[in-house]
Ligand binder design. Structure first.
Ligand code: ZN
Length: 284
């Protein structure tokens, strides 16, 4: 592993991201139609024939078949390989940003040099989770007003596992991050609910922030919450005026997407942003 250059790992991360994208395609197709994710195995939606695994390879399968199903020659939407490629690029971005931030600068020898430090791998996997998890959080929260447990609770599990890798945050920091960030937001939501006499904060947001606490530690999660709240206000105030007073909860603003967008940025640059903020407020 010590001799393998970065460009090779970038290809691996592209493939991993594309596989996740391929899985998202399956979810997006099957969930609204009430079909189980694993059973029946991959089949053509038109003629119901089983699809062999080689045609299911992300991007490659579509190109191989030139956009037509092998069984009944029906066109397959180009949106599927595009989604897979975009997820692949997010995978590349996860590793590349982890290397670039940890190395300080992107030097000429970067692509040929192997990735040595375990801390970089920990960052890369955390970024992979944050970037690829952002898409389902945004899509599901906007459409169904809920956050999938596989991403929020899954984030707590992923954060704790990644914290075992030396060089990043410690398992204790991860655990405290999850407990205090999640617990704190729960308390804020509880107080706001009492004050406003209506549900102010979804429990999904609490679990999502707990996951970010486990992945980024407490400071990162708090920074994510602050930036997400600012983003939410900036984006939603004009929109909120129209929808806030419906009274039946339909005007409720999904907060998950703002958390999900803020998290990867704060993971990479939260500490730097905090330094700038402190200098700005205290003058040095
Ligand atoms: Zn078919």
């Amino acid at each position: 592993m010590e001799e393998i250059p970065l460009w090779y790992w970038l290809l691996v991360f592209f493939a991993l991201g594309a596989c996740v994208g391929s899985f998202y395609n399956v979810i997006v197709y099957r969930m609204p139609r009430g079909i189980s994710l694993i059973n029946p195995p991959s089949h053509c939606p038109l003629c119901k024939k089983h699809i062999p695994i080689r045609y299911n390879l992300p991007i490659v399968g579509w190109l191989w078949l030139r956009g037509k199903s092998a069984c009944c020659k029906q066109p397959i939407s180009v949106i599927y390989p595009i989604g897979e490629a975009l997820c692949g690029l997010l995978g590349v971005l996860a590793l590349f940003s982890a290397v670039a931030v940890n190395a300080g600068s992107v030097s000429a020898g970067l692509f040929s040099a192997p990735v040595m430090e375990p801390a970089v791998w920990a960052s890369a996997f955390a970024m992979f989770w944050l970037l690829l998890g952002a898409y389902p959080v945004c899509a599901v929260d906007c459409k169904y007003k809920l956050i999938p447990d596989s991403i929020s609770v899954g984030g707590i599990v992923a954060g704790l596992l990644i914290s075992i890798v030396p060089g990043g945050i410690t398992p204790l920091q991860s655990l405290l991050g999850a407990a205090i960030a999640g617990g704190g937001l729960y308390l804020v939501g509880w107080c706001a609910t009492k004050l406003l006499k209506k549900d102010a904060m979804g429990f999904g947001d609490v679990k999502l922030l707990a996951g970010y606490g486990a992945l980024m530690g407490l400071t990162g999660a708090v920074e994510t919450l602050i930036v997400a709240a600012i983003l939410g206000i900036v984006v939603m105030v004009p929109y909120g005026k129209i929808t806030a007073n419906k009274g039946d909860g339909t005007g409720q603003i999904p907060f998950g997407p703002f958390l999900a967008v803020a998290a990867p940025f704060m993971y990479l640059w939260g500490a730097a942003l905090f330094d700038i903020y402190v200098k700005f407020v205290f003058g040095e």
